[in-house]
Design a binder for this molecule. Sequence first.
Ligand code: GLN
Length: 191
Amino acid sequence: MIGVLALQGAFARHVEALERCGAEAMEVRRPDQLEQCRALVVPGGESTTMAKLLLTFDLDRPLRRRLAESMPVFGTCAGMIMLARGVTDGRPDQYSYGAIDIDVRRNAYGRQIDSFEIDLSIKELDEPERPFTAVFIRAPLVERAGAEVDILAEVDGHPVLCRQGRILVSSFHPELTDDDRLHRLFLDSIS
Ligand code: GLN
């Protein structure tokens, strides 16, 4: 069972993508639901709001504990921000879990109207020669990645897809296209 954090943001398409890959997926809004999941997707949305809601819904401490126990997590866009070690241009009350050794700058690719798509070549995917179309929406920019972080894709010299142990993060929204290869990569890493 794979959970998708569903407090806010772009969670529904992640559930669909995971199910298309043959996984069982559920929306997670409560600690007991998190306990039922062996892995979690933290979707895009608004990291400041997500951080607040995690506290309000009593999910902050259980999530910290599961991260400390090495639960596999795939964080996309705002989810990447939540899992990063350092966040710049955050709000004063914003926090992140430091589950992957990267520092990110929020909204550094510009505003909503500056959203863009770009074709990436990602050699870890099935059919690596087929480009993966990545959708960037007010995406975080990775300004630093530690030595333990694998960089799976870059745009203009900045990592946009990173992995460290059981944590996978993308600055873009892989759930917005019908290409499920990144979800499959995440699922393969936990099976
Ligand atoms: N800018 C958002 C944030 O700071 C992330 C945008 C997104 O998830 N598409 O959380």
